[in-house]
Design a protein around this ligand. Sequence first.
Ligand SMILES: [Ca+2]
Length: 157
Amino acid sequence: MAAANSHFLDIRGCSGHLRMHQHSGRWLLSEASSHSLARTSLFNIQSKMSFKGLLKDEDVAAAVQAFAAADSFNHTQFFAKAGLTGKSDDDLKKAFYLVDQDKSGFIEEEELKLFLQTFSAGARALTDKETKAFLKAGDVDGDGMIGVDEFVTLVKA
Ligand SMILES: [Ca+2]
């Protein structure tokens, strides 16, 4: 990836272009182009790779396609169509950490809004109405976020 005599590392992916530089032995983000970068680009690249082992591409595509219209999203039907329903707790936890893009341990409202995009980069964002309904369904303890156990419970419900 990085040339031996270079202290820069260029990462190119479908989500844009990131440039990292080495500072005191640590890699830091020095610049990025296209899209709003920051928290999503790098993790989106990982997500797409990781969902492959977990779910079938055609199931994910069909699930995303089924809710292409604004305000049509239904999480129970989505989980079923994508093949998440019936997965083991461990697999559901893997899925959770892909949706938890900033690895905070919680799916915050902002990440929930981008839920479909985690599965398919070209998918739409959820509307505010859908996001709030989704959050309300999963947020059992009422902290405004969905934790890993809440996610597993929601998918299996
Ligand atoms: Ca998070």
